[in-house]
Design a protein around this ligand. Sequence first.
Ligand code: OAD
Length: 247
Amino acid sequence: MTQAPPPRAFSKMRVLVITGAGVSAESGIPTFRGKDGYWRNFDPTKLATPEAFAHDPNLVWDWYRERRQRIRTAQPNPAHRAIANLAERAREFLLVTQNVDDLHRRAGLPSEKIVQIHGDIFITHCSRCDFKRHEHDDDSLPKCPECGALMRPGVVWFGEQLDLAKISIVENFVTADDCDLVIVAGTTALFGYITDWALRARGRTGQLIEVNPEETSLSQFATKSFREPAGVALPRLVHELLSNVSA
Ligand code: OAD
């Protein structure tokens, strides 16, 4: 009888991690669709679309300023730190996060290993030209110093295209080689590209681990699901992986 090969040492693994709002929930940042999530109380079409911004830029900016402030006072939680720890030890690593906060970076994950596929809430960019800056808030509606048009938050709104340069980074990582391990944590995985990247990246033999207290459309494909908060499951999982115990 042939024996299963021993688990690959973690330092030789190629790893993709995909995160969503659930990973920042334990830092006190609301999710979108969960209990007390933003989309339970607010209408996304009034806050997160180009039409909403054209109609009432003050309302949209007020909401983003409030969110920026909440994020500034929040701290990374054990899930962010566990992912940063994993990244440091893996042979190759990429994080694709749908989160626009900066908590993965503040937990120590280097920027070049992060793709913020839905943008960065701390970037302000021109709604007409390419000008952008990383800035603190002022009270009035910011105007572009290059062309005078209104500046907007650097996030992807409903109905907008993802940034092609960011798609390329993820595609290059996913197509270069199969991953030994794909972890999807804290997301409802509603967007087709998220599920697609997770499934393609794991190839035929990689593990797909989901961390989410709730079942999602990705659960049926997972080799393992942890129905726990990310701040509980991820530190334990990473500890096991780094101790070279198969997870
Ligand atoms: P959602 O709010 O849709 O989903 C959050 C997920 O996190 C849910 O599946 C929860 O079960 C799970 N969750 C809650 N608490 C958790 C915890 N402590 N640990 C682990 N999981 C937990 O957020 P996303 O899936 O990130 O896009 O949403 C995707 C996108 O939809 C967002 O980036 C945003 C939103 O509309 C745009 O604004 C373009």
